[in-house]
Design a protein around this ligand. Structure first.
Ligand code: NAP
Length: 346
């Protein structure tokens, strides 16, 4: 019988789940051959970077390929720094490196767990800055043919991109092109960063402040398993928003360019009284209700049941159905989170 491979260290929820096979790929060729071999053998496959946005709801009955394509290439022209970064590089290490080497811009995105290759897929964002602001291109490989394509129209949205749609199944991100303008402009309009004076502040001060805020508020995945924000912030039309605001006039809301209104999912969950709420070994984080944690030896089903419960409670109180930000992976591959959660009786 084949030895199963532990995925405990391959996903930040640190769940005790297994895969039939685990392969590290340090080049586009290795990614493609591993993927093709698994498919020829009739096995389902999934490609992981840091596993920081993934929930395995059970053991995976196929091959997990770890994208470990490394490398930094940095050039400059008169106005910009241009970075070509391997998809398997660690995101936070890249941010730290650019700040230390006087190439500012990414400071608001410090301490986001995961790999560089995930940044465009998810269009990672924090403290008023999203990845798309600096993305020049994304190199992807078509796994069947090995053909490499450079994508410049990434169709970025809120935690969304073309890499979750047309270029999702059968493609992998292999490198990312980032442009950092030499004329640096601080972004300090968000939360605690507002204390900083935009005319005086340095990139390192913003970087340090973001790191401090995150360390105080968010659970460190190296200590407490979690996958960051579990749900997306819901954006709703005015009728639904007004209904909530009549009952909760102090609800924090953010008006969107299209006239719709964004609510903070963490606030909705907190108002349901769910901070610290626990099912099995899974819990709602006490500092930030948007984060579900592996508090103590959580089983995948604990997290799934907790997510379903949170969604149901928020729906009951606000008539908003939260959409998970985390990707759900079942035994035979990725599955819509809603489909998994809708089957749970709470
Ligand atoms: P927070 O400051 O407590 O704010 C709660 C929510 O309100 C955030 O999700 C944010 O939406 C929204 N918000 C706050 N100020 C805003 C503004 N000036 N304009 C528009 N929206 C605003 O959030 P937090 O949990 O401490 O997180 C801070 C930042 O880190 C946020 O940008 C958050 O997205 C990011 N973060 C992301 C993850 C992840 O896994 N994706 C995990 C932790 C933190 P936005 O999320 O749209 O910014």
């Amino acid at each position: 019988m084949m030895n199963l491979q532990s995925l405990k260290n391959q996903q930040t929820f640190a769940l005790d789940v297994f895969a039939r096979r685990l392969i590290e790929a340090d080049s586009a060729e290795k990614l493609c051959t591993s993927w093709q071999e698994a498919h020829l053998a009739g096995e389902t496959t999934i490609i992981l970077g840091g596993g920081s946005n993934t929930l395995f709801t059970e053991d995976f009955a196929g091959t997990v390929i770890l994208n470990r394509i490394m490398g930094y290439q940095i050039t400059e022209d008169r106005d910009n720094w241009r970075l070509h970064i391997g998809a398997g590089e660690n995101w936070h290490q890249l941010v730290s490196y650019t700040i230390e080497d006087d190439m500012p811009g990414l400071e608001n995105l410090a301490l986001i767990p995961g790999c560089v290759g995930a940044a465009p897929i998810q269009n990672i964002g924090a403290y008023g800055v999203e990845f798309e602001r600096f993305c020049q291109y994304v190199d992807i490989v078509e796994l069947f043919s090995g053909d490499i394509m450079r994508v410049t129209d990434c169709q970025f949205g809120y935690r969304d991109s073309i890499f979750k749609h047309q270029h999702h199944v059968k493609y992998a991100v292999i490198a990312v092109g980032i442009t950092l303008p030499k004329q640096w402009r601080p972004v300090v309009k968000y939360g605690d960063l507002k204390q900083l004076d935009p005319t005086q502040v340095t990139p390192k001060q913003i970087f340090d402040m973001v790191c401090t805020i995150r360390q105080q508020k968010l659970p460190n995945p190296n200590i407490t398993g979690n996958a960051g924000s579990f749900f997306k912030n819901p954006v709703v039309d005015k009728i639904i928003a007004n209904n909530i605001l009549t009952r909760f006039p102090n609800a924090p809301v953010y008006h969107q360019a299209d006239g719709r209104i964004k609510f903070a999912a963490g606030w909705l969950i907190e108002r349901c009284g769910l901070k610290g709420y626990q099912i099995g070994g899974a819990a709602v984080h006490v500092n930030q209700a948007l984060i579900l944690i592996n508090k103590y030896q959580a089983k995948p089903l604990d997290i799934v049941r907790l997510a379903a419960y949170v969604r149901a409670q928020v729906f009951k109180m606000f008539a908003i159905m939260l959409e998970p930000e985390v990707c759900f992976v079942v035994a035979n591959g990725e599955k819509s989170a809603a489909e998994v959660l809708d089957r749970i009786i709470v």
